[in-house]
Design a protein around this ligand. Structure first.
Ligand SMILES: Nc1ncnc2[nH]cnc12
Ligand SMILES: [Zn+2]
Length: 335
């Protein structure tokens, strides 16, 4: 088996993927044409050339512009189906997928339209590819807590198909504490919680996400390295970090992959996982992320096995479902 085959075929889970971040330039153009939306680009190459980011905000500006082509239920279906086809090709067995409803309801698109399109594709992917999946509603932290509360209200009728809520968008200056009331309400209603923290923000944001938002996982979290007490706590409690290596390089969180701290965190005993974040914008899905860190950080097969096993451990699946997925992984590693 070649290295490519190994990374494509190893059964894996993905826990940090923004479905709007999987909108490939080709589909952006096709949906722009279908919906008669003028894009500020003349070609796919031009779009890709624009994906040269200095930081998180420079990416978010293009990310929100790109999602403006998503208008109809069919658009959300096509977007999600395309990601699930890619996930199946990389033997993703389970995916927990973020969506940003406020990015669409702010454009007059109903929550029902967004949810129906995405969820129909997830159900069909379960049938067609055997991929289990959960939807995670992310609140946009650059908007107000009141706007987040509204998004939570809109999600309540769909609660049994959205097991968790999260927090994403511009981190610095929008600490988790700003959304404490919304997350309290969400947990009262039975939602699990996760949050982006410690991507660009300080370790204090990770502490707030844990202590004030009651998160089960931290999305990114790589800035935990700056706080020894926090490292100790994350190791002791085995709170998973959904790390996105290619994203961290493309957004200049680390200068190069050789300087990424995921191997350090893994060796210290943190429950770190590997994810693609926004694969279309950062140049790789989960298999490419694994392959990039393997070569840049000289990871062993055992390291890769641990990272992938962590991804199943960190899911919202039941204990039995996790054991089944991990048994599949063990069988694959024996090949
Ligand atoms: N990496 C990221 N950080 C914060 N918000 C996001 N939305 C999409 N990708 C994101
Ligand atoms: Zn993200």
């Amino acid at each position: 088996m070649t290295k490519n085959q190994f990374f494509c075929q190893i059964p894996k889970a993905e826990l940090h993927i923004h479905i709007e971040g999987s909108l490939e330039p080709e589909m952006m153009f096709a949906l722009g044409d279908r919906n008669n939306i003028q894009l500020p680009y003349k070609s796919v190459e031009e779009i890709r050339a624009a994906y040269n980011f200095q930081n998180l905000q420079s990416f978010l500006d293009l990310y929100y512009a790109g999602m403006s082509v998503l208008q109809t239920e069919q658009d959300f279906y096509d977007l999600t189906w395309a990601y699930m086809q890619k996930a199946s090709a990389q033997n993703v067995r389970h995916a927990e997928i973020f969506f940003d409803p406020q990015g669409h309801t702010s454009r007059g698109i109903s929550f029902e339209t967004i949810h129906r399109g995405i969820y129909r594709a997830l159900q069909e992917a379960k049938q067609e590819f055997g991929i289990s999946s959960y939807l995670i509603l992310c609140f946009l932290r650059h908007l107000s807590a009141e706007s987040a509360m509204e998004a939570l209200e809109q999600a309540l009728p769909y609660k049994d198909t959205i097991p968790a809520v999260g927090l994403d968008s511009s981190e610095v200056g929008n600490p988790p504490s700003k959304f404490q009331k919304v997350f309290d309400k969400a947990r009262e209603k039975g939602f699990r919680t996760v949050a982006h923290a410690g991507e660009e923000g300080p370790p204090e944001y990770i502490w707030e996400a844990i202590n004030l938002l009651g998160v089960s996982r931290i999305d990114h979290g790589v800035r935990c390295i700056d706080d020894p007490k926090l490292l100790e706590y994350l190791i002791e409690k085995q709170i998973p970090l959904t790390v996105c290596p290619l994203s961290n390089i493309k957004l200049c969180v680390f200068d190069s992959m050789a300087k990424h701290n995921i191997k350090q965190l893994l060796d210290m005993g943190l429950c770190v996982t590997v994810n693609s974040d926004d694969p279309s914008y950062f140049g790789g899905y989960v298999a490419e992320n694994l392959q990039e860190i393997e070569s840049a950080l000289n990871l062993s097969r055992q390291d890769i096995y641990k990272l992938v096993k962590n991804s199943f451990q960190a899911t919202f699946l039941s204990v039995e479902e996790k054991q089944t997925r991990i048994a599949e992984l063990d069988e694959f590693m024996m090949k």
